[in-house]
Design a protein around this ligand. Structure first.
Ligand code: AOS
Ligand code: ZN
Ligand code: ZN
Ligand code: ZN
Length: 424
């Protein structure tokens, strides 16, 4: 389904008065209003193809109705999100869950919705039907060179799919690790991973990036071969200028200072991408901003500061993506909430009085530093985000419009009550 323009206009018309009142109130105090609005309007974040269905846990999965049954319907869903919030103009595909049947038709369908193809993701954490060798004991780090070769070839095939669709990056996340002490020779495992990645790196086109995602644990519970940013960063440095580190917010040990990691990777020119989500305990993949909104703000504060320092902007700099998926909410409503939380954190970071903060830092004025950051964090920037969205043609309140317009009901009508989207 395509959302009719008049539906969004009607929704905005009903809310415009209240919105204007709130917008005027907050904008009076924002010195760099034009810059903030322009950056929010340009902001886009990719939607993962695996988050469009209801997620499962290892205890069960309760599919919602009207889930996308194929890649075309996943693109349709992202198109709906983008029509509502004007900030979801990209999809990140997972191979083999989303192998396109017809590249040209897939590209045309996406273009119809204004959707681009962000990073493509490989999968060597599951065995696929018909596959010759198993990934039970890892893939790129495997002791058997034949398994490593199979995994390398899969990654190269993923690049080929991505090239056909116009993607510019390959994200590699490995489940490779060990669950018991002594199981693995760490040094050999890391060395083999590097050699496998070098083979994949050679297949990258000149304008492509490789994003190396790290994760502390799960599914391996004793060691993960690319377990933290230092390991990813080391690999990225050894591989070369097209290799970068990807930070998934849920992949750290408890209480890690993620904003400091972000700052350092940006400084070194090796921060390639983000998987946004939120968590209470580990890789919970909850809605961005639902548990630790202050942390999300502090991360954006470093992103804005570091990107300014490097002369980068959002549009050209980084691959930003959501990697959230869970088992309770309507996945489309959930994704809209994540996008909104991310834009709020971004807006708050953009209104930090950076000169004043810099001065206070140089004077060791600790109290004032905290005042400055919290002044921005405690500003209700939602009307700024809504204004940018409305100006770009989106809805003032995407979640409410999704409900008012009965979009899920329409999707159930066309796709069925019992549908299961591919994903985790
Ligand atoms: C796994 O924990 C990682 O977050 C991956 O980025 C991602 O969730 C996976 O590739 C999706 O299948
Ligand atoms: Zn991830
Ligand atoms: Zn994860
Ligand atoms: Zn996660």
């Amino acid at each position: 389904m395509q959302l009719d323009r008049s539906v969004i206009d009607g929704h905005n018309q009903q809310r415009i008065k209240e919105h204007q009142r709130k917008f005027e109130f907050v904008s009076a105090d924002v010195a760099n209003l034009d810059e903030v609005l322009q950056k929010l309007t340009a902001f886009n974040i990719a939607i993962p193809s695996w988050a469009l269905g209801t997620g499962g846990t290892r205890f069960g999965r309760f599919s919602g109705g009207g889930e996308p049954r194929n890649l075309e319907e996943k693109i349709e869903d992202v198109g709906l999100l983008h029509a509502l919030n004007r900030s979801s103009g990209a999809i990140s595909l997972h191979i083999p869950w989303d192998i396109p049947k017809d590249y040209k038709a897939t590209r045309e369908l996406a273009a119809q919705y204004g959707i681009q193809f962000d990073a493509v993701n490989s999968n060597t954490f599951q065995d696929q039907p018909g596959q010759a060798l198993s990934y039970k004991f890892g893939s790129l780090h495997h002791v058997d060179p034949k398994v490593r070769k199979q995994a390398v070839e899969h990654n190269i095939e993923v690049i080929r799919h991505g090239v056909e669709l116009g993607s510019k990056a390959l994200t590699v996340w490995l489940a490779d690790g060990s669950s018991f002490p002594g199981q693995l020779n760490f040094r050999k495992a890391f060395q083999r991973t590097l050699e496998s990645l070098q083979e994949i790196y050679q297949a990258l086109h000149a304008d492509w990036k490789m994003l190396i995602e790290y994760k502390a644990f799960e599914p391996s519970f004793y060691s993960t071969t690319i377990g933290d940013w230092g390991q990813s960063f080391t690999l990225a440095n050894k591989l070369g200028p097209k290799a970068y580190t990807l930070v998934d917010l849920g992949h750290h040990l408890a209480n890690a200072n993620i904003e400091q990691i972000v700052s350092l990777l940006l400084m070194e020119g090796k921060l390639g991408g983000f998987h946004f989500n939120d968590s209470k305990y580990a890789d919970d993949d909850l809605t961005a901003g639902s548990i630790k909104p202050y942390q999300l703000f502090l991360i954006f504060n470093e992103l804005v500061e570091g990107m300014d320092a490097r002369g980068m902007d959002h549009a050209t700099g980084l691959g930003w993506m959501i990697d959230a998926s869970h088992n309770l909410k309507d996945p489309l409503e959930d994704l809209m909430q994540s996008v909104e939380a991310i834009k709020i954190a971004y807006a708050q970071a953009l209104i930090v009085d950076r000169d004043a903060l810099n001065t206070a830092q140089e004077q060791n004025d600790v109290t004032q530093c905290q005042e400055i950051l919290q002044q921005a964090f405690r500003t209700d920037v939602r009307p700024l985000v809504a204004q940018a969205r409305m100006t770009a043609g989106g809805a003032l309140d995407p979640v409410q419009l999704f409900r008012e317009a009965g979009i899920r009901k329409t999707l159930i009508g066309s796709r069925g009550e019992k549908t299961v989207a591919t994903g985790l």
